[in-house]
Design a protein around this ligand. Sequence first.
Ligand code: ATP
Ligand code: MG
Length: 394
Amino acid sequence: MRYKTFLLKYGEIALKGKNRHVFEDALVKQVRLSLKKTDGEFYVGKMQGRIYVDCEGEYDENEVIQALQRVFGLVGICPVVRFLREGYEKLSEDVLSYVKEKYGDRAFTFKVETRRALKTFPGNSMQISADLGGDILNVFPKTKVDIHKPEILLQVEIREDIYVYSEILKGAGGMPIGTGGRAMLLLSGGIDSPVAGYRIAKRGVEIEACYFHAPPYTTERAKQKVIDLAKILSRHIGRIKLYVVNFTDIQMTIYEKCPHNELTIIMRRYMMRIAEQFAIKDECLGLVTGESIGQVASQTMQSLLTTNAVCTLPVYRPLIGYDKSEIVEQAQEIDTFETSILPFEDCCTIFVAKHPVTKPMLKAIEKSEELIFQEMEAKAIEAIKTAEIIKIEM
Ligand code: ATP
Ligand code: MG
């Protein structure tokens, strides 16, 4: 059986008035984008409050389904078989062949629902449903009608063609990218930050990213790993503008001049400061990190307060209440896990103190930073100026 159309279902709750168009247009755009790299010709359109994809040429159904299942904003994907429209006789024959091929000789309860979008087709929807139901009962005696809780809801739509479907595959949920503003993700090579970016993007937020590396202490392969992670993420969330910031000079200065137990916190504060500069320039409405309370010394409530203190934009931490195992599970689902666990050092793992403070006092940290404040200003400006920008496409 060849699926020629996919009918796409989206949550309707947030869709009142003008928002509906914004939402639908963003969704159509994302669906088109998601199929750009898939072989075949795809026509994505809106039709009476639904979005559908017509497939032509050489395409692989599973690939199409996989691409669609990554689009945020879709709650369900219905694979549709299309038949030529003639009269009732042909319609009934086709529906029976559909049932036979899809469900064979199984026993199941069902209900037929017909929609006559093409009003010139004879009969009315209720009658056609009843007639088709009768035909199915005759040909498949193990089946039963259940109009309240059918195991199989067979949907028949009469348009230019006849559309038949009975299956809804799960969509990614969330909101279409582009409906929720833009945010700057601090993307490391670890497990957490890609997942954090995914969670925020799922609410319709477009993502830019910022990676701090410290050559020669961190290798080219560590940077490549982050680029690879951004590429995997972009399969779900579309294009990502990635800033790669050379952090070596800043990090060395902190290492040489600040108390070692405060290294991580001060370093994190500089990361936030610099990321925020890019964010503001690109009209991002917030920063995003992969932090979760208590995971490491720099993620206690006190540490988060101290890092947060340098930001003027809101900092979103979608994983704040997640356990590591929950984050890992999600990383596996979105395919970033295997890449994240590749053993290339990032700058945080190289310049760590043996005994980091777990309860940094903001005043004390600010005092330590005073020692380097003046020289750091020029270094931060330089790091921003020399940042490499990599455009990652879906
Ligand atoms: P992750 O798995 O995301 O690296 P982590 O558990 O290793 O997180 P940290 O290393 O303390 O935690 O970093 C906390 C957050 O700070 C990360 O989730 C990320 O958002 C940001 N971050 C850390 N290192 C970098 C870096 N080199 N470049 C950009 N962002 C970073
Ligand atoms: Mg890390």
